[in-house]
Design a protein around this ligand. Sequence first.
Ligand SMILES: Nc1nc2c([nH]c(=O)n2[C@H]2C[C@H](O)[C@@H](COP(=O)(O)OP(=O)(O)OP(=O)(O)O)O2)c(=O)[nH]1
Length: 148
Amino acid sequence: MADDRSENTAGGIALMPVVAAALLDARGRVLLQRRPSGKQMADLWEFPGGKVEAGETPEAALVRELGEELAIRVVPAAMTPLAFASAALGAKHLLLLLYVIRDWTGTPQPLEASALAWVAPAAMAELAMPPADVPLVAALAHFLAIQG
Ligand SMILES: Nc1nc2c([nH]c(=O)n2[C@H]2C[C@H](O)[C@@H](COP(=O)(O)OP(=O)(O)OP(=O)(O)O)O2)c(=O)[nH]1
């Protein structure tokens, strides 16, 4: 019998773990990237990140994704877990883990996105983002408001 443990299919639902970063600059702005045309959820603004691959920790996946997408270097110790979203996504179920990151090396470049933008928390709600991000944006705005 096939061993499906690595596919996260317990209960019949295929979980899709995705990691994402709220990169914050010194002014409290957040880096968002625009998904390219032709990809699922094209043209929506999102937190940089991507799918956790089999055998990877979430933190290792975020190190890899931020290198691939933005050409920046981050270390797991600089990642603070902030919030998660749990939402149906087609035949799968998205588990989206959002980390706050204030320290990294390099200048973010849009290697895979069609655009990058540093966005003030108050302006985030005006951008079109994937539905799963809505509660994450609210959690981030709250976090930034209490952090000052
Ligand atoms: N990175 C990111 N993905 C998000 C966000 N919100 C959201 O629903 N997603 C979804 C979109 C995709 O279905 C999934 C991420 O998959 P992806 O295709 O961008 O990931 P990837 O970089 O591993 O890409 P690929 O190699 O599979 O092309 O998570 C978000 O804020 N950031």
